[in-house]
Ligand binder design. Structure first.
Ligand code: TYD
Length: 134
């Protein structure tokens, strides 16, 4: 499967680093929602779902974590450990986030407002959808 990482512009000088990104320019969707995940214990896994509509960009702005992306035919592991990089996660992609470093902060930019009905929590249901629609 194709894994798309965005590289954001960075302004760096003696005052430190500043990274900026603009909706629809540096990421290919309008950002309607932002949330962040931190304080995840070392052996815990989060995510374990796919979305019907939602697209996301995942940015590990501090520390590191790993992400598995699964499009129903292939599984790819991606390491996020660079605050200038964002990982695009499209709709109908199963994702799992794990191996969070104790200091990890994972920022998520989302294309939609929170909607419970957009989630697919059952992996078999996800695979069934992919098979029926490929
Ligand atoms: P969830 O998406 O299950 O987190 P993860 O996939 O990383 O394990 O979200 C955890 C809880 O937070 C769940 O009860 C729904 C709630 N939530 C919101 O109310 N709004 C949001 O934007 C998000 C992302 C979660």
């Amino acid at each position: 499967m194709q894994v798309t990482k965005f590289k954001f512009k960075q302004h760096e000088n003696e005052l430190g680093s500043l990274v900026f990104l603009e909706s629809c320019r540096d990421i290919p969707f309008t950002v309607k929602r932002v949330y962040y995940i931190y304080g995840v214990g070392g052996n815990l896994r989060r995510g374990l779902h796919a979305h019907k509509t939602l697209q996301q960009a995942l940015i590990c702005i501090h520390g590191s974590c790993k992400v598995v992306l699964d499009d129903g035919t292939e599984r790819v592991e991606v390491v996020l450990d660079d605050p200038t990089e964002g990982l695009h996660v499209g709709n109908y992609v199963w994702r799992e986030m794990y191996d969070f470093s104790p200091d990890a902060v994972l920022l998520v930019l989302a294309s939609e407002y929170y909607e419970k009905e957009d989630y697919i929590h059952d992996y078999d249901e996800f695979i069934k959808y992919i098979k029926e629609n490929s």
